[in-house]
Design a binder for this molecule. Structure first.
Ligand SMILES: CSCCC(=O)C(=O)COP(=O)(O)O
Ligand SMILES: [Zn+2]
Length: 206
């Protein structure tokens, strides 16, 4: 599995688990294999010990192409499909459940979370000294298809100006053209969330 995307996904999952972002089997990760299929974590697997038997190959229509015995794709595969269908350069998607991402759901207004105005957002593709950027926030539903439908509707209108989205009181999803970029995007969003939580504690307006 040397240069197999599953190796990189398993390594990313171990990293995110160690940061406390994928505890208790939370989260799911995927990477495109080709134009029509992507590898995604199997549902309900512990993210600190994934191996090749913990990934399912699915297509952009939601059909399972290849699955190890007894494994189902992530229950949230429809969200990954929606992102891959709409965002042409998304090749890797990370969805994690950090405490800060969920606390920041409380700061969202009308389906948007205003990110802090930091030059650092350059790393999310916004090269301004004092950027004004909103992250889309989607309502959470136990029926994941409803989240994917909301995302499909919103992304049909316009893609977000940063490579990520929040699902309210559930978790954050970030994507990128490769593993490193997707990780950087997730780290930058998580930095923003920590910054917003700290600013709230210190009663600083951002
Ligand atoms: C234990 S977390 C609840 C489900 C969830 O939100 C998640 O990210 C993991 O679901 P999966 O089916 O991918 O294991
Ligand atoms: Zn989730």
């Amino acid at each position: 599995m040397q240069d197999d995307p599953r190796t990189h996904l398993a390594a990313a999952a171990r990293d995110f688990y160690a940061r406390g972002w994928m505890l208790g089997t939370a989260g799911n990760l995927s990477a495109r294999r080709d134009t029509d299929t992507f590898w995604i974590t199997a549902s309900g697997r512990p993210k600190d010990r994934l191996d090749a038997g913990d990934f399912v190959l699915v297509d952009l229509q939601g059909q399972v192409v290849q699955a190890p015995p007894g494994r189902q794709p992530s229950a949230e595969a429809a969200i990954h499909e929606t992102i891959y269908r709409h965002v042409p350069d998304a090749r890797v998607i990370f969805h994690v459940h950090s405490i800060e991402a969920n606390l920041c759901g409380h700061f969202a207004r009308r389906g948007r979370l205003r990110l802090p105005s930091l030059e650092m957002l350059k790393g999310l593709g916004v090269p301004d000294a004092e950027p004004h950027v909103d992250l889309p926030v989607f309502a959470n539903h136990l029926n994941v298809a409803r989240i994917a439908e909301d995302m499909d509707r919103e992304f049909t209108g316009a893609l977000p100006c940063v490579p990520g989205a929040l699902i309210h009181l559930h978790g954050v999803t970030a994507w990128g053209p490769d593993f490193l970029a997707a990780r950087h995007h997730l780290e930058l969003l998580e930095y923003c969330f920590r910054y917003l939580v700290q600013a709230k504690i210190l009663a600083i307006g951002v």
